[in-house]
Design a protein around this ligand. Structure first.
Ligand code: 0RQ
Length: 501
């Protein structure tokens, strides 16, 4: 294999993951690379988990705080959570072990907008960052770092940490070099400048990450693929959701509220999002663009077919097959994809200016259009808000989608009142389920309720929702957003008690 650590002074820092992990003391804040299962360090966190396990058998309460870009993988979140090694975790996570520890009260978790993470860190809201552990795909002779399959908060972690550990992953395509755009112009208020971008495919940063070589305490060479989870084939519900959305966009284009190639697309993670992309790939729109945070299989397929001309993101999240396709056609994709830092991929200013169409999944919505993306029955975290708030609040259109029921029909995802609010009624314009699409723009709360119940709710739950709404109106406590306070969360209560809403 061709060596990837070309900088002589950094070559001297090459060591084993075990030796690197031993340089991380208990109690520190560690900034790790990684975003939606891409570009996370793979060897040092596992070695650290082992180290923590050993220390714990000797009675040491060894824990660190972990800051990332977004979700990582079993080798990082899973391994460290398993040994109870994480004191505090931020931001988005989706690991089952991590989720369990958080919901059991054994791990603190701060769930914040992904665009806020870097600026909060710069402002010192989380305390001092001690160590950064960053996966890169190579180090140039003059010490510049070639990012890997995600950028996330890597620039910020490297800049802020006292010490840096680099994992150079030979399994990442060498052809990633040149795909990235790392913006070095961020400043805190009152010194901020406008960000000079008016199209998703414009570059305004550097192709490399910079790091003072004296900060690098270890370089670990690895050769392991990203998590690369498989997507399930689009099921009937996902296909119906995609079809409702395509009809809606077609009407919007006819009514001249959207251009013929739509506006830059943002698409969340998961199977529904992937199915919507598959639908768009078959649909009537051409020459589309994407300004999003994650590139899943669906968007790669759209680039390949030519339906999607250019895409900007901060990370990939691919199946093994799509990852193979990326590596084999990396020159083609490098012409069409830009990976940025997550402060830029999710930047409110840019999202508003470009007029992004935001499409994200949700747990539940209420009849007035408030959306819960994160908590099951009000208290148990699923993943986190991720970038959905960045895009929903600032996009030209914000769409939320879900099947109308969950857990084999025991749960209605349309409820009288959401049990947790991530996106308020003011940030939600379109709700789609397999039943239909509710366009909430220009509607008052009571008009929205009728629309959501009739278009989105499952027929099994529609009569109950109508009944709630009618009785809330009849109570005449307040006709702007009628509610029955004693009953608003009774559906969730009933599910907790009986297993059925
Ligand atoms: O649980 O697998 O145990 O059955 O939630 O639900 O239907 O598979 O949908 O994978 O698209 O996830 C909101 C979680 C949806 C996701 C959420 C249960 C359901 C299942 C998953 P099981 P589905 P998805 C860009 C944007 C926030 C972050 C975001 C998410 C599991 O979209 O995390 O948008 N969004 N980021 O059974 C109880 C309900 C439920 C429910 C679903 N009402 N009550 N359980 N489930 N609805 C990416 C980033 O920001 C990084």
């Amino acid at each position: 294999t061709v060596p990837r650590v070309l900088c002589p002074s950094l070559r001297k820092r090459i060591m084993s993951a075990k030796d690197a992990a031993a340089l991380i003391p208990s109690g520190v804040n560690v900034g790790m690379s990684g975003f939606t299962g891409a570009g996370y360090p793979k060897a040092v966190p596992q070695a650290l988990a082992e180290h923590i396990r050993e220390q714990k058998t000797q009675g040491e309460n060894y824990r660190i705080s972990v800051w990332t870009g977004a979700s990582t993988a079993p080798e990082l979140d899973g391994a460290l959570a398993e040994v109870d090694g994480i004191e505090m975790r931020l931001p988005y996570q989706s690991d089952p072990v991590c989720r369990q520890k958080i919901n059991d009260g054994k791990m603190e978790y701060i769930d914040i907008h992904l665009s806020h993470v870097a600026q909060h860190a710069w402002s010192g809201f989380f305390g001092k960052l001690d160590i950064a552990i960053i996966e890169v795909s190579g180090i140039t002779e003059d010490g510049r770092l070639i990012p890997s399959s995600s950028i996330g908060n890597n620039k910020t972690w490297i800049d802020q940490a006292d010490k840096v550990i680099l994992e150079v992953n030979y399994a990442q395509s060498a052809g990633l070099e040149g795909m990235h755009d790392v913006y070095y112009g961020t400043a805190l208020p009152p010194r901020r400048k406008p960000i000079d971008i008016t199209r998703p495919d414009e570059r305004f940063g550097e192709k490399y990450l910079m790091c003072a070589p004296e900060k690098v305490i270890a370089v670990v060479e690895t050769n392991a693929p990203d998590r690369n989870s498989r997507f399930s084939d689009p099921d009937e519900n996902s296909c119906r959701i995609a079809s409702h959305l395509l009809d809606f966009y077609t009407t919007e284009v006819e009514n001249k509220r959207l251009p013929a190639n739509l506006l830059p697309l943002q698409s969340g993670v998961g199977n529904i999002a992937n199915a919507v992309m598959a639908g768009l790939n078959e649909g009537p729109f051409n020459n589309m663009t994407a300004y999003t945070e994650v590139l899943q299989d669906g968007m790669l397929a759209m680039l390949k077919s030519g339906k999607l001309a250019k895409a900007s993101a901060t990370a990939f999240s691919l199946s093994p097959e799509a990852n193979k396709d990326l590596a084999e056609n990396i020159d083609f994709y490098r012409e069409r994809i830009i990976l940025r830092t997550q402060e830029m991929s999710n930047h409110p200013e840019i999202i508003r200016r470009l007029g992004v169409i935001a499409m994200n999944g949700m747990i539940e919505a209420d009849i007035y259009g408030n959306v819960n993306s994160t908590h099951v029955m009000g208290s148990r975290i699923m993943n986190g808000i991720g970038g959905s708030g960045d895009f929903a609040r600032n996009g030209y259109l914000s769409v939320f989608m879900t099947p109308s029921t969950a857990k084999n029909g025991a749960i209605s995802t349309i409820v009288p009142m959401v049990s947790h609010v991530d996106h308020t009624e003011h940030d939600v314009q379109v709700i789609v389920t397999e039943q239909g699409l509710a366009d909430l723009r220009g509607l008052s709360p009571r008009q929205r309720a009728l629309n959501i119940i009739e278009k989105c709710a499952h027929p099994d739950f529609r009569p109950q929702l109508r009944d709630y709404f009618e009785r809330a109106c009849a109570a005449r406590r307040g006709m702007h957003t009628p509610h029955l306070l004693g009953e608003a969360l009774s559906w969730h209560q009933r599910y907790e008690e009986t297993g059925q809403m």
